[in-house]
Design a binder for this molecule. Structure first.
Ligand SMILES: [Zn+2]
Length: 705
């Protein structure tokens, strides 16, 4: 249907006199107008086809696999003499992209459909597509065809070279360059690894730690916790489940009795210790062994090879530099908390323990940095906030958004917008907004790519489509939807992913916005979080919904910043302790890994970087990231430090966060490039200097020396 309306309109336009066609393009209002305009700029704007029944879902997935299988077989069966870059690497990229587009649509159905059967079917088919994509690495004939071309060292431009190198690297990482018996060994070890990863996660899910306390022991804990379902026991005591995060937090932040806090913290740090200590030891050894067999010094080198860090040593150095940089702030914050403890206990030499940190942090924030976050909602009515954010992003990136009527939406109220380049009017892509909660819908906030952009065989550009799935509070009878400041920050972040998707232009699908390295992909969005802490940005849209001329007072924003910074050093050092224990476990050589005392490595690292864990515990047994996100945790801070570094360029520019010149440079050098070149190069081209952690240290509250 979408296709035919597009064709009809193109035909119509061709029949129109030039001036009429021009005026249509100058002021497009409908999807069809934009599709016609796209056609004039050598591109096409085609929305994904959304399945309407479980049978549609199955058919889409099965057809995608069938068509791709046939295309890959045909690719591999070509006469070896005719093989070149275009009919191997470029062709494989295009074949794979079609399957990815189907997976994206089904992923959205799984998270947004109101029908459980639709969601379940989409999930099942998603798993099938995932398994199929893994099996691609092991298609021998395809590998041989690609390798034959790579071995001729064809003369290529930089993007082609990158596509070829990355594809061959992915085969090498899968073990295809090994001899058959060696490869069989690696495949067997990988299966063991997958099993152990699952076991680690299952043990975490199954870990339980109930602790019962009397009302007297729980003095300080909010009544709302004591009244929560399942907490009060028949014997009158209260049950705290140390494995439930909000239970552990309620005690850790509020219980005045230090012994109660110690018991809960100890129980939490011992979750899955009995089962997962051995599993983690085996995981560490097995990963090191696989890395060694594939030609890497350690697992961190293997994992980071495809990321910005590129090797384990660089990731470790980054984390250690940050540990050192944060030291003055960390020490100062620890001393502030220690003094609170000394005052409360009457012991001047009181020592701060692991179970004191949340408690005294909470006390400090309540006593010194109280901000009524609920009252701030009045300044952020949903529609004004959305419009305000749109205005800012349109301004800094040089864009225009127009809402159009969608031919199909998966739920009433979902909206569709077309993005144009403001200077030329060229359509850039389209995005859906699905912003309020409902039964069965994904319950966080995220950008879901619906379709990657890319050059088609006929040379036209197939424009990208994205969707935001959010859960903002629904409006009530007497009030509009009012957002928390944290929600506004989330909105700026998630919409940043949409912008990345709309702006990236790559010839090959595998080099688009969401193909950038894992330790970079969040950075452009994290950067945009900085906007909502700036008075001049907030003044463009935030105002009391009862009287929009009432702006957010500067002191309130300053208090929000002060509250965030109060214990940010402690918070970041805790993140660094996880990042470093992860790297310390995964930079062991294969020989060392078998003998490693994982408990000692974890506890020593934690004590050095953060706060010593409770005695005889092993908190890493309950860190789910260590199975599936292994040698990757450093990436959170890696991206955050870079994000704040990038934001500092706006901050220092004439128009601050609204500066259009800096915005266009960001668009051209970072967002627009996608993964067509090394992202480290893109970031430095935008910064105009090497990367620095100084802006991050200032953000944390460390004044420039
Ligand atoms: Zn994100």
């Amino acid at each position: 249907m979408q296709k035919s309306s597009y064709l009809t309109l193109t035909a119509l336009c061709l029949g129109l006199p030039f001036t009429a066609a021009f005026s249509l393009a100058a002021n497009p209002t409908t999807l069809a107008d934009f599709q016609a305009l796209a056609a004039k700029s050598n591109s096409q704007l085609v929305l994904p086809t959304y399945p309407l029944t479980p049978a549609d879902i199955k058919a889409q997935a099965e057809n995608a696999i069938k068509n791709a299988d046939a295309a890959f077989d045909a690719l591999a069966a070509q006469d070896p003499k005719t093989l070149n870059f275009d009919n191997t690497f470029a062709a494989a990229d295009a074949i794979g992209a079609k399957v990815v587009d189907v997976a994206l649509v089904l992923g959205t159905v799984a998270e947004s459909s109101t029908d459980k059967t639709m969601r379940d079917t989409a999930n099942d088919m998603g798993v099938k597509l995932q398994e199929w994509s893994v099996s691609l690495d092991y298609r021998e004939p395809l590998y041989r065809a690609l390798k034959a071309v790579a071995d001729t060292h064809p003369k290529l431009d930089a993007e082609q070279q990158r596509l070829m190198d990355f594809q061959m690297r992915s085969y090498r990482r899968a073990g295809l360059s090994l001899s058959a018996p060696d490869r069989a060994d690696v495949e067997r070890l990988r299966k063991d690894l997958a099993g152990l990863n699952t076991q680690f996660a299952v043990n975490i899910n199954e870990a339980r730690a109930p602790l019962d306390f009397t009302a007297e022991e729980l003095v300080g804990v909010p009544q709302s916790f004591l009244d929560s379902p399942g907490v009060r026991q028949p014997d009158g005591r209260y049950r705290v489940m140390a494995n439930i995060t909000w239970h552990a937090q309620a005690i850790g932040e509020n219980a005045d009795n230090a012994e109660v806090r110690r018991k809960v913290a100890t129980a939490r740090s011992n979750l899955a210790k009995e089962t997962n200590t051995a599993v983690l030891s085996k995981l560490v050894a097995l990963r090191a062994d696989i890395a060694h067999r594939l030609g890497y010094a350690n697992w961190a080198d293997y994992q980071t090879e495809t990321r910005m860090a590129k090797n384990g040593a660089t990731a470790v150095k980054f984390e250690e530099d940050l540990v050192a940089g944060l030291q003055p702030k960390f020490a100062e914050e620890m001393e502030t908390l220690r003094q609170l403890k000394a005052a409360q206990t009457g012991k001047p030499d009181a020592k701060l323990e692991a179970w004191d940190i949340s408690y005294y942090t909470n006390k400090l924030k309540k006593e010194k940095y109280a901000v009524d976050v609920e009252a701030l909602r009045a300044y952020f009515p949903y529609q004004a906030t959305l419009n305000g954010m749109f205005a800012i992003y349109q301004r800094i990136f040089g864009l225009k958004f127009t809402e159009v009527e969608a031919p199909y939406v998966w739920f009433p109220g979902v909206k569709l917008y077309v993005v144009q380049d403001k200077a030329t009017g060229t359509p850039m892509g389209a995005f859906y907004l699905d912003m309020f909660p409902r039964e069965g819908k994904f319950n966080h906030f995220a950008c879901f790519s619906q379709k990657a952009g890319g050059v088609m065989a006929d040379g036209r550009y197939d424009l990208p489509v994205a969707a935001l799935l959010c859960n903002f509070p629904a409006p009530s009878a007497d009030k509009p939807s009012l957002l928390k400041h944290a929600d506004v920050e989330t909105l700026f972040h998630e919409f940043g992913h949409v912008m990345h998707g709309m702006l990236a232009r790559s010839r090959y699908a595998g080099q688009g916005a969401f193909s950038v390295p894992q330790d970079f992909v969040e950075a452009p969005s994290q950067m945009l979080e900085n906007w909502v802490w700036d008075k001049s940005v907030l003044d463009t849209f935030a105002g009391d919904y009862r009287d929009p001329s009432k702006k957010l007072p500067a002191e309130t924003i300053a208090s929000l910043v002060a509250a965030r910074q109060a214990t940010e050093g402690i918070g970041e050092r805790r993140q660094l302790s996880i990042g470093l224990l992860d790297l310390n476990l995964h930079t062991l050589s294969a020989d060392d890994a078998w003998l490693a005392d994982v408990v000692k490595i974890v506890n020593d690292t934690t004590a050095r970087v953060s706060v010593a864990p409770p005695a005889n515990t092993f908190w890493a047994a309950y860190i789910g990231h260590l199975a599936g996100y292994d040698a990757a945790y450093y990436g959170y801070l890696w991206a955050k430090v870079m994000a704040i570094d990038m934001a500092s360029v706006f901050k220092a520019s004439p128009n601050g966060f609204l500066d259009e010149t800096v915005g266009m440079r960001l668009r051209n050098e970072v967002y627009g490039k996608g993964d067509t070149r090394d992202v480290g190069e893109s970031v430095e081209k935008f910064l105009g200097r090497p990367r620095s952690m100084q802006p991050f240290l200032e953000y944390v509250g460390i004044k420039k020396q």
